[in-house]
Write a protein that binds this ligand. Structure first.
Ligand SMILES: [Zn+2]
Ligand SMILES: [Zn+2]
Length: 149
């Protein structure tokens, strides 16, 4: 979704509530991290405080992962709180600002890049997952296989 922020950039004190979803079919293929099984919901606000425009939002979604250790499928819900300062043009003093050309912001693109930075690269179904026996391949979470002493 493309947000039009011209008015917000120009009016100190202005505020815009955000509540939207990125549907599954727009999420593309991120099979490295898993499969999205819910849309991404975004809730938050853009606000012009004393001339500084900030975007604060909460992102919520569920991914079906494959456990890195036991290879079982499991679903995990993620909730991330994010905050960015928005600027109209590139400034040299801080490259962490989000640049909004023509006072527009592609929120989907920003949300997905935030998400990819936040997600862990390796996921376990549970912190103490015992994994598979290297010898017989049994899932050791279901009990000891007895073959490796
Ligand atoms: Zn596991
Ligand atoms: Zn075994």
């Amino acid at each position: 979704m493309l947000l039009q922020l011209r008015q917000l950039f120009n009016r100190v004190g202005d505020k815009k509530e955000l509540s939207l979803e990125i549907p599954l079919e727009e999420l593309g293929d991120y099979s490295i991290i898993g499969t999205f099984i819910t849309p991404i919901s975004l809730n938050g606000q853009v606000m012009n405080r004393a001339g500084v425009v900030t975007l604060d939002y909460t992102m919520r979604f569920t991914i079906r992962h494959l456990c890195d250790r036991c290879l079982n499928e499991f679903d995990r819900e993620y909730v991330f709180d994010l905050s960015h300062i928005l600027v109209k043009s590139v400034s040299s003093d801080n490259d962490e600002y989000i640049v909004c050309p023509d006072s527009t912001l592609d929120l989907n693109e920003l949300a997905i890049s935030d998400l990819l930075l936040q997600l862990p690269t390796k996921v376990l179904c549970k912190e103490d997952c015992k994994g598979l026996c290297l010898n017989c391949g049994k899932d050791l979470n279901d009990g000891d296989c007895g073959c490796c002493g």
